[in-house]
Design a protein around this ligand. Structure first.
Ligand SMILES: Cc1ncc(C[n+]2csc(CCOP(=O)(O)OP(=O)(O)O)c2C)c(N)n1
Ligand SMILES: CC(=O)[C@@H](O)[C@H](O)COP(=O)(O)O
Ligand SMILES: [Mg+2]
Length: 641
């Protein structure tokens, strides 16, 4: 990589000729395929923005100028050009984040990987430049055609378009896809713009021709130019952006560095809000990605670089268990429909969509709209199942509360990637749902512990037609079946204590059941008897919980969710309300943002492991009755891998 390795910062690009820039683009693509095939990551999106990123960093002067990315999954090239070329531990503990990271570089601003926020950031930064009179500072926001389907993008555009004198460059990275082809009226409009030759080019040719036409030429040009709006819409419908009052430049070939630089330089000089519409190709330059109809290698695990085939084939995962059961349910009940927010495949609804093409709705990256539309669907007499990553439901909280729950709508939300996900960093962990949803009146929340419970609890959820229901499960391979050995109220007993006077009631939430059984085994070694119970439905707290707790000396809850306001808090409140005064310790995720690392590394770091919890519970029991010296407490053996 003779050129790439010489790029230590954006200004090193300035001395390269156009030919060298094309060579650099080639080197970057080779680097991306080689590096990301080893680690996994967002290969497709980054292959599509190589030339765009080079041109951006040649025209703008980061970090003085702010280059912003929406979701940021396509910022690998940006990282390569801003001094970060060690991708050997991409998305791994201690390695580069898969998204921009302020801790990594002064060139990075937005770290959250939640879509459609970049224009809001840009609006604020542009305003700050105006307030502080930083006339030589520029803001350029890159937003994908998928992210542009999110409502927040339009809230921002409404504000941005209102300030004609506030410089702000918006680059629409239009590759016609989110994961799958981007949906909706906006996508259709972008397609119109894509297929229309640039109005400016047409006008330039027309003007030249008319000015050379004797007598009638000039007056005719004046008339036509005066009818600019009509002419424009006839020649090149700029439509919505221009109707909003935004200057539109494009469409530009997003792989032609010279054309990109020219358009970006014009936009930089414009002195107001301007949109540069760039046409790019997701997965460009790598056949296995280009041939991937599902999502052009949007996000991949390690692959064989020559074939693009996965290095290891993953077994049954939580997502496919859900997806298969949805198809069975769809056959049994014609009133069941499904909703996805631009993630049909990742949330497991592809099979349902193939089987019932008229009962699937892809709303774009628009979770808030998805939730409200679901309220409408339920009110209209069908039962919507909205499958979405747990972290992305955060932004639809108000809609769940005020549209779905307030109106007692039978909507089922299936939250995939609940709990610690790890490698996608802080904003992707599904660690808030069992806290924020606790306050929604009437909402019922289930946390299945294995595949059988996913199927059972999904079926129970879709039977509820007068309140929102939630079924949440983890990312990745589904764990082993965990059979119940008894039942108390609506709760499954997973392990009897082996005595009539048990010490600990261990409340096991969802996928942590195998770990909770391991904790009980470790406590056994300390002579501490434990009942392990799985509530199945964690909201509302089962009425049998308080009486069951009263028969124990300590209650312990373990959940893959924030400790603040989670299941542990809810159980504690239920015991207080029932006047059951048994000491309770709640284990969960601490209320802080978690740096990227594997799930296992994060769980170990936050102490959500069997030995850590067993040690603390042993200490708790010992303090209650002074049964153990502290040294014995410390002797709890760490779990064997
Ligand atoms: C609120 C939210 N919902 C869903 C996602 C998952 N997601 C990540 S990238 C992506 C597609 C983005 O498409 P686009 O903006 O066109 O970028 P491209 O990958 O095409 O470059 C989606 C749906 C997200 N990051 N944030
Ligand atoms: C950027 C984004 O939000 C998604 O692409 C996300 O990275 C996918 O995560 P999974 O790999 O868990 O599907
Ligand atoms: Mg796109």
């Amino acid at each position: 990589m003779p050129l790439l390795t010489r790029i230590k910062g954006p200004r090193d690009l300035d001395r390269l000729s156009l030919e060298q820039l094309d060579q650099l683009a080639e080197e970057i693509r080779t680097f991306l395929v080689d590096a990301v095939s080893k680690t996994g990551g967002h290969l497709g999106p980054n292959l599509g923005v190589v030339e765009l990123t080079i041109a951006l960093h040649r025209v703008f002067d980061s970090p003085k100028d702010k280059v912003l990315w929406d979701t940021g999954h396509q910022s690998y090239v940006h990282k390569l050009l801003t001094g970060r070329q060690d991708f050997s531990r991409l998305k791994m503990k201690g390695g580069l984040s898969g998204y921009p990271s302020q801790a990594e570089s002064e060139h990075d601003v937005i770290e959250n990987s939640h879509a459609s926020t970049v224009l809001g950031w840009a609006d604020g930064l542009a305003k700050s430049n105006q307030v502080l009179k930083r006339d030589d500072h520029h803001v350029v926001a890159v937003i994908g055609d998928g992210a542009l389907t999110g409502g927040m993008a339009w809230e921002a555009l409404n504000n941005i378009a209102d300030a004609k004198d506030r410089p702000l460059v918006i680059v629409v990275n239009d590759n016609e896809r989110s994961y799958a082809p981007t949906i909706g009226g906006l996508a259709n409009h972008l397609a119109t713009l894509r297929t229309t030759d640039g109005y400016e080019r047409f006008l330039a040719k027309g003007k030249d021709l008319l000015e050379r036409t004797p007598v009638v030429g000039r007056p005719l040009y004046g008339t036509l130019h005066g009818a600019k709006k009509g002419l424009k819409d006839f020649i090149a419908p700029q439509g919505m952006f221009e109707d909003l009052g935004l200057k539109y430049v494009g469409p530009i070939d997003g792989h032609d560095i010279e054309a990109l630089e020219s358009a970006l330089a014009r936009a930089k000089r414009f002195g107001g809000p301007v949109i540069v519409h760039c046409l790019t190709e997701k997965g460009r330059g790598y056949q296995p990605a280009l041939q991937d109809e599902a999502d052009r290698f949007h996000g991949i695990g390690p692959i064989h670089p020559d074939t693009g085939l996965p290095v290891k084939v993953s077994g049954a995962d939580w997502t496919s268990v859900f997806g298969d059961e949805m198809v069975r349910l769809g056959r049994e009940r014609e009133d069941i429909v499904a909703i996805t927010a631009a993630m049909l495949q990742p949330v497991g609804l592809k099979k349902f969509a193939d089987a019932f093409p008229d009962r699937i709705y892809d709303v774009g990256i628009a979770e808030q709209h998805g939730a409200v539309s679901a309220a409408g669907l339920a009110t209209g007499g069908v039962h919507p199942v909205f499958a979405v990553y747990a972290t992305f439901l955060n932004r639809a909280f108000d809609q769940v509360l005020m549209d779905v729950a307030l109106h007692r709508c039978g909507v089922t939300f299936v939250l995939d990637r609940a709990g610690v996900t790890g490698t996608d960093g802080a904003s992707h962990n599904g660690m808030w749902d069992m806290s924020i949803l606790q306050v929604v009146p009437g909402l019922r929340l289930a946390a299945p512990r294995d595949a059988d419970q996913v199927r059972a609890q999904l079926r129970e959820a879709v039977e509820v037609d007068d309140a929102p229901t939630v079924v949440r499960f983890s990312k990745g391979a589904v764990g082993p079946a965990v059979p119940a050995v008894g039942r108390v109220g609506g709760m499954d007993v997973l392990r009897e204590p082996g005595t009539d006077t048990p010490d600990v009631l261990l409340v096991s939430v969802g996928a942590l059941a195998p770990m909770c059984l391991e904790i009980a085994g470790l406590l056994d070694q300390q002579g501490i008897s434990t009942t392990v119970v799985d509530p199945r439905w964690v909201k509302p707290v089962d009425e049998a919980m308080a009486p069951l707790a009263e028969r124990h000396r300590v209650v312990v809850t373990v959940e893959d969710n924030s400790r603040v306001g989670g299941v542990g808090s809810a159980v504690a409140q239920a015991l207080r309300d029932a006047g059951v005064d048994v000491p309770l310790r709640d284990f969960g995720i601490p209320p802080r943002f978690l740096d990227h690392a594997s799930r296992a590394e994060v769980m170990a770091e936050i102490g959500l492991t069997a030995p850590d919890i067993a040690r603390q519970v042993t200490g708790l029991v010992s303090r209650i009755d002074g049964r153990f010296e502290q040294s014995e407490v410390d002797s709890v053996e760490p779990a064997r891998d």
